[in-house]
Design a protein around this ligand. Structure first.
Ligand code: ARG
Length: 459
């Protein structure tokens, strides 16, 4: 904005960082929607005549078409999307264009555009999450009776249903979707009428603007309305939370599809080969999801840092809020789609899993053995110690826990009886963990029924 106040042209070096049009042009639809609603509000409060209103609206609509068909010429000298559209409107309809900005500031305009943009984007992400939920649900249902070792510290821990793992991912992502829904409510605060900082003096009908643009409430303080970017912080946090789960899922899938473990195979179309080693099948799709989480988290840190020292109200630093936001949106949408494909195409190698269970030679039942002793009246710490000694003994002898004789068991605790061998049953072990949220088959079945119902209502 050089008119009036300044005599000299903009410094060339400064010009390079001044313009945001290269990236904020992405908000053209929202900007035009906001301006059309604002033109209507200006007509309502008598600033525009009916004819002027119509000319402005038609002009804005034709600009939208120009941008869509690629004929619009964006100009760096016009700085941002707001000024580019205003300049073009002037070229098209003449002086009337200059009435549109009456009582309005770009400080509120940009917040409006960003909120409208996020209203749309959050719907998209919510839908992509539901798609992924469906894939996780299907895998869980298919593999309810597949038992794998669970891992703590990435060491074999206790037997669990593979469905339980798929539903763990679901549970985490379901929380993120809830966060997203709560966020959508907070997002729908309409900022127009805040002006540059003090509010509007032209009697604009804010409630009309709110309804026109499908907001739920009005921002309650004009200083806050143009100052805050907490809605961007919150959105980027939610995306980071989603990406962290997707990254950890990726890590599981990378490990579980490794040559050494091989519980899973990734479809070829989601893997790549090595340019040097012909035998390689690399899990690049999930590695990239894990990698993308870094940039989404980075973007969150970037906006947090941007905000922390700003005086109230608007400062130009805020222009730097957009590229990270767009990058987070694009990365989140993309990785959700890829993860849907990964989960859908994931093959579970039942035979390999059986082999691993056999090779574990009973050690996965160590906790069940301690529980067995507890049932016979031994205090848990003593039971834990006794089984610890048995494990040590078995390892020294090169035997599995299943292979020890009753006499050997009895030498560690007289409470062992021949029913001890009943402990070494994977299904029984899984089904003993019969609490809400536990891995027992019927608990998972109950959960699957709930989820099936839930998925019908999410869209
Ligand atoms: N391009 C600016 C931004 O992204 C729009 C608001 C500019 N306001 C101003 N007073 N310079 O924040």
């Amino acid at each position: 904005m050089r008119d009036g106040r300044f005599d000299e042209l903009l410094n060339k070096a400064f010009e390079r960082i001044n313009a945001s049009i290269d990236f904020d042009r992405r908000l053209y639809r929202e900007d035009i929607r906001g301006s059309i609603a604002y033109a209507k509000a200006l007509y309502k409060c008598g600033v525009l005549s009916a004819v002027e209103q119509e000319i402005i609206i038609k002009g804005l609509q034709s600009i939208e078409r120009e941008i869509e068909d690629g004929s619009f010429v964006f100009r760096k000298e016009d700085e941002d999307i707001h000024m580019n559209i205003e300049r073009r409107l002037h070229e098209k309809i003449g002086e009337t264009a200059y009435k549109l900005h009456t009582g309005r500031s770009r400080n509120e305009q940009i917040v409006l555009d960003e909120r409208l943009f996020l209203m749309d984007v959050t719907e998209k992400i919510a839908r992509a999450l539901v798609r992924l939920f469906t894939a996780l649900f299907t895998q869980a249902k298919t593999h309810l009776h597949t038992i794998i070792p669970s891992y703590t510290h990435f060491r074999q821990a206790q037997p669990v249903s593979l469905a339980h793992l798929f539903l763990a991912y679901y549970t985490a992502l379901r929380r993120d979707r809830n966060r997203l829904c709560g966020f959508q409510e907070r997002l729908k605060e309409m900022p127009l009428g805040s002006g540059a900082a003090a509010g509007s003096s032209i009697g604009i009908d804010r409630d009309f603007l709110k309804d026109e643009l499908h907001f739920k409430s009005l921002s309650r303080n004009s200083i806050d309305a143009v100052s805050t970017r907490d809605f961007i912080l919150e959105f980027e946090f939610i995306c980071s939370s989603i990406l962290i789960t997707l990254s950890r899922m990726s890590e599981d899938i990378i490990l579980f599809s490794s040559d050494e473990i091989s519980y899973f195979s990734l479809p070829d179309e989601l893997s790549t080969s090595s340019s040097l080693m012909p035998q390689k099948k690399n899990p690049d799709s999930v590695e990239l999801i894990r990698g993308k989480s870094a940039r989404v988290i980075g973007n969150l840190i970037r906006i947090l840092t941007l905000m922390k020292g700003l005086p109230y109200t608007y400062n130009r630093d805020l222009q730097e809020d957009k590229e990270g936001l767009f990058d987070t949106v694009d990365s989140t949408v993309d990785v959700l789609e890829v993860m849907f494909e990964v989960i859908t195409g994931l093959k579970v190698n039942e035979e390999r899993i059986q082999e691993v269970l056999r090779q574990s030679r009973g050690f996965l039942f160590a906790t069940d053995l301690a529980d067995y002793l507890v049932k016979k009246g031994v205090f848990f710490r003593n039971a834990h110690k006794a089984v610890g000694n048995i494990v040590k003994y078995a390892l020294e002898k090169g035997k599995g826990l299943e292979e020890l004789s009753l006499a050997e068991y009895k030498s560690f605790s007289r409470n062992f009886d021949k029913d001890v061998y009943g402990v070494f049953d994977y299904e029984k072990s899984v089904n003993r963990h019969d609490t809400t949220g536990g891995t027992a088959f019927h608990r998972i079945e109950e959960e699957l029924t709930l989820i099936e119902e839930e998925l019908k209502h999410l869209c």
